[in-house]
Write a protein that binds this ligand. Structure first.
Ligand code: HAX
Length: 435
């Protein structure tokens, strides 16, 4: 599928000289001031990374190459007019910067299908882990073990010129994304369906095939999977999974290593693990309250108790967003349209009424509104994907598209190794006292 690679190079190669020019002509200028607060609270808001695939606005949410979630849901190609857009189209948009034609998306689907063969040793690595090991452990181990296939690593060791790095990176990235559904489904069937694996169907689209290999073959689940894969794909460059992938890639590690590391960041409870934690927490609440249909007052009481016990309310809050996450809204619209009276979905909707005023009243919480993880588990659960320990793997399959598209660009621009400075706490104290 060389024409997508060629199109990418045609559209993006001018950025190489733009990046070099910025570096050369403006390298000494002051870009912005940084406060102590920013440094001491996780580098919040410091403009420190180049990421073209998407940009997050605190009050509006994510835009992929300028297009909001409602816009991409309207404009990206889909298999049928009622359905959700194909994630392949979003990948094309993130990589190339333009809305693809239907033909581009179908071609990309076919390209990924031809690249989807997973080497046997990757399955052997998964099988060598105990079935009780967390799905994200199995997922990242499988990804890292696939580095044997890295064409970038081979090319680097053979001494290719750095201006060609991106070209090999592109092939690794396409191969890796193509194989992730098979790996994810393998882990799912291994852990929850006694190793009864389901072969891929190369005629299906990337997300549809994932649902099929997981054993959830209905049109409804495929439709949900397409939505899920689209909305989780990217959230600009500073979030933990994106930043980790980029950072590890900056050492010229191959994309398998870089993504494996990024996925381990995604596995943390303040990031992608929140999508399973929401469901864990709701079930804990139901057990505690001894009911399947708690009242609004009971839920309020449980949220308060969670806060008083020094825990976070999962699915709420965000490091950047200051409004309801549009990815939450997209899922709520989906539920409102297709799901009638589901107990778990009803609880998630009640939480949306109950939690923001409570978090808002705490005072220190910057954003009391729900993020993407507040809704996703209830939708999966409704459609029969009930194994919540697996949910972060689905997030990871999707997130790979954004962070790996960026990784190709990192190598095209020739971004150097990342190396910020660190100082002991005393140094910061001295600086503060001398101001
Ligand atoms: N419940 C309780 N307390 C919360 C909270 C929540 N949902 N969100 C923030 N806070 C607390 C923080 O823990 C922090 O407390 P301390 O000062 O005592 O440390 C304080 O409020 C200020 O935090 P903040 O500035 O509002 O938020 P941060 O940027 O530090 O953290 C988080 C952002 C998303 C990590 C945070 O809101 C949180 O922990 N949320 C719950 C977990 C969650 O849903 N994570 C998923 C986020 C989306 C994502 O990445 N998905 O993959």
């Amino acid at each position: 599928m060389e024409y997508i690679k060629n199109r990418f190079y045609e559209k993006t190669n001018k950025c190489i000289s733009e990046y070099q020019k910025l570096r050369k002509e403006h390298g000494d200028k002051v870009l912005t001031e940084i406060t102590f607060g920013q440094v001491l609270t996780g580098m919040k808001g410091i403009p420190a990374l180049i990421t073209d695939t998407s940009k997050l606005d605190a009050n509006e949410g994510i835009r992929f190459r300028g297009f909001s979630i409602p816009e991409i849901r309207k404009r990206l190609p889909r298999l049928n007019p009622e359905g959700e857009p194909l994630p392949e189209g979003l990948f094309y948009l993130m990589l190339i910067g333009e809305i693809p034609e239907e033909e581009d998306v179908i071609n990309l689907s076919k390209d990924w299908a031809t690249r989807a063969h997973v080497p046997q040793h990757v399955f052997d690595v998964i099988d060598a882990l105990p079935k009780t090991s967390k799905p994200m452990t199995q997922f990242s181990a499988a990804i890292v073990s696939m580095a044997t296939e890295s064409v970038f690593q081979k090319a680097y060791r053979s001494g290719i010129h750095k201006k060609y790095y991106w070209d090999f990176m592109y092939d690794d990235v396409m191969n890796l994304i193509a194989r992730l559904p098979r790996i994810a489904a393998y882990i799912y069937r291994r852990c929850y369906f006694k190793d009864k694996h389901i072969e891929p169907d190369p005629r299906l689209d990337w997300a549809g095939n994932l649902a099929h290999m997981m054993g959830h073959d209905s049109d409804e689940v495929k439709r949900l999977m397409r939505l899920y894969m689209v909305i989780h794909a990217d959230h600009e460059g500073g979030n933990v999974s994106a930043h980790t992938t980029h950072l590890v890639g900056s050492a010229l590690s191959n994309p398998y290593y870089a993504l494996g590391a990024g996925m381990l960041g995604l596995a943390g409870p303040l990031h992608g693990y929140a999508n399973q934690d929401v469901i864990n927490w709701i079930f804990e609440m139901l057990e505690d309250l001894n009911t399947e249909e708690p009242t609004k007052e009971q839920i309020e009481g449980y949220v308060q108790r969670t806060l008083h016990s020094g825990r976070v309310v999962p699915g709420y809050g965000h490091a950047v967003l200051r409004v309801t996450d549009p990815r939450f809204t997209a899922q709520k619209e989906f539920a409102d349209k297709y799901i009638k009276n589901d107990k778990l979905v009803n609880i998630v909707n009640t939480l949306y009424e109950v939690v923001p005023p409570i978090l808002g009243s705490v005072g220190k919480i910057s954003n009391p509104w729900p993020n993407v993880d507040a809704y996703s588990g209830s939708l999966l659960y409704h459609y029969g994907i009930k194994e919540h320990a697996f949910y972060t793997v689905l997030f990871g399959v999707s997130r790979a598209m954004g962070v790996l598209a960026s990784l190709i660009m990192d190598r095209l621009y020739g971004l150097p190794i990342e190396r910020p400075s660190s100082y002991p706490l005393d140094w910061f104290k001295e600086q503060a006292e001398n101001l």
